[in-house]
Write a protein of this length. Structure first.
Length: 122
């Protein structure tokens, strides 16, 4: 990807990850295809195939890009809520802290940073 495109992607959300909202340095930004181009090293024929168009590219931190993988946004959102929480709840320490009221769960629908920013701009 050329430097001009990377700069456009970086500036889409003023140097923030489009998903979690953390601040990014340009050198640390990964570029995510919102609608994936490939799945399992093959073109994603079963679903819409993403493009390299700027509208299909989001700035992402390494953690979000890794966890999103080649999923669409709704699958990514559901994985954060369902799979991630299932894994978080497994350790004994977490369950004990929950039992004693040291922590509280407040599982809500994930709203991505780019959705919050879009709502603020309207």
């Amino acid at each position: 990807m050329n430097k001009r495109t990377r700069t456009l992607v970086y500036n889409k959300f003023d140097g923030h990850c489009a998903y979690c909202g953390c601040e990014l340095e340009m050198k640390d930004m990964q570029v995510d295809h919102i609608v994936p181009k490939y799945r399992n090293n093959e073109k994603w024929h079963q679903h819409e195939i993403g493009s390299d168009d700027i509208d299909n590219l989001n700035p992402s931190c390494r953690m979000c890009n890794y966890y999103k993988r080649m999923n669409d946004l709704e699958t990514f959102r559901n994985n954060l809520t369902e799979m991630l929480m299932r894994n978080v709840r497994r350790p004994f320490d977490y369950r004990l802290a929950l039992k004693y009221g040291l922590i509280k769960e407040d599982v809500q629908r994930v709203i991505f940073y780019f959705e919050k920013v879009k709502d603020e701009r309207i």
